[in-house]
Design a protein around this ligand. Structure first.
Ligand SMILES: Cc1cc2nc3c(=O)[nH]c(=O)nc-3n(C[C@H](O)[C@H](O)[C@H](O)COP(=O)(O)OP(=O)(O)OC[C@H]3O[C@@H](n4cnc5c(N)ncnc54)[C@H](O)[C@@H]3O)c2cc1C
Ligand code: FES
Length: 263
């Protein structure tokens, strides 16, 4: 874990209300893994206190590493005060960032067919995961769901090897319905699945997993309100429905196996 000032290289609106920002990062990010996140201060860190005071957790969307440089990307939806502030930053501005944080996805590289499911902005950490898996020889299908076409990640930015299935609630792009529909259809093909999105989505996916392919696992990347990002404030505690021990999303996760959450 490392706190540093990262310089913005690029910050554009990519689609709908979703923005893509690239930052120049330090060596601490060279060993980051898909599913890890950063706490981004979304207010003037030179002020006596930034407003908003608390950092905002953002998944690592992409990592570009070579001998000379490390660039880290975030894909963020403008939903409130912090993300609105972020969307107004320009190249050259410096952000105070803590990271990389948390335990990300743990793909079993002995397996072949990987099924990824993103609900809304939950697609953010799955783009890099899809690239990472393709680079290691896996066959990858990515289901991305949103209310309408404005919330769907642009297919042309994905690696061509990734099979992309878009789902919208209003039918404005791809299949009409919810991500659970193609998940059910593709589960018998997949060896391991990974998801990021709202909690009810995980619960629905887990129920389908138990019904259709209980011998495989679903790794869920949880979103929670976070104050510290490193295990001291307990604002991100989740209580598994199994009755098992409380989990902190920031340090036990954000990836938590769906069996741990739902049994
Ligand atoms: C590990 C992790 C990774 C994340 N990765 C991403 C990412 O890659 N891209 C992205 O756009 N967002 C991501 N989020 C969610 C993101 O942190 C929140 O959207 C952000 O903090 C909102 O800040 P704000 O100041 O703009 O919104 P606020 O003004 O604080 O709130 C605006 C609205 O957003 C809701 N909200 C705020 N924070 C969260 C949250 N953590 N989870 C669910 N709802 C929230 C509030 O309830 C409110 O309705 C992630 C969250 C976690 C925990
Ligand atoms: S965010 Fe503080 S303990 Fe997890």
């Amino acid at each position: 874990m490392n706190r540093s000032g990262l310089t913005i290289l690029d910050n554009i609106c990519l689609y709908g209300t979703t923005h893509l920002m690239w930052l120049r990062a330090g060596d601490a990010y060279r060993s980051a893994l898909p599913g890890q996140f950063m706490m981004v201060t979304c207010g003037d860190s030179e002020a006596s206190y930034p407003d908003p005071l608390l950092g905002r957790p953002m998944s690592i969307y992409g990592l570009d590493v070579n001998e000379d440089h490390v660039r880290v990307g975030i894909l963020y939806d403008v939903v409130g005060v912090g993300t609105r502030w972020l969307s107004r930053r320009s190249p050259g501005d410096v952000l105070e960032v803590l990271g990389p944080l948390g335990n990300g996805f743990e793909p079993d590289l002995g397996l072949r067919n990987m099924l990824l499911v993103g609900g809304g902005i939950g697609v953010a950490p799955l783009i890099w995961l899809s690239e990472w898996l393709v680079d290691r020889g896996a066959v990858v299908a990515l289901i991305a769901g949103a209310r309408s076409i404005e919330g769907i990640f642009p297919k042309e930015l994905l690696r061509p090897e990734v099979e992309f299935i878009s789902v919208t609630e209003d039918g404005s792009l791809g299949q009409k319905g919810l991500v659970t529909d193609p998940y059910r259809q593709l589960l018998s093909w997949s060896d391991q699945s990974f998801a990021c999105g709202p909690d009810p989505m995980f619960e629905a996916l887990h129920a389908i997993l138990l019904e259709v392919r209980p011998t495989t696992e679903l790794q869920a990347l949880l979103e929670a309100r976070m104050a510290c990002g490193f295990g001291v404030c307990y604002s991100c505690a989740v209580f598994p429905k199994t009755g098992g021990a409380v989990k902190l999303v920031c340090t036990d996760g954000p990836m938590i196996n769906s069996r741990t959450l739902y049994g």
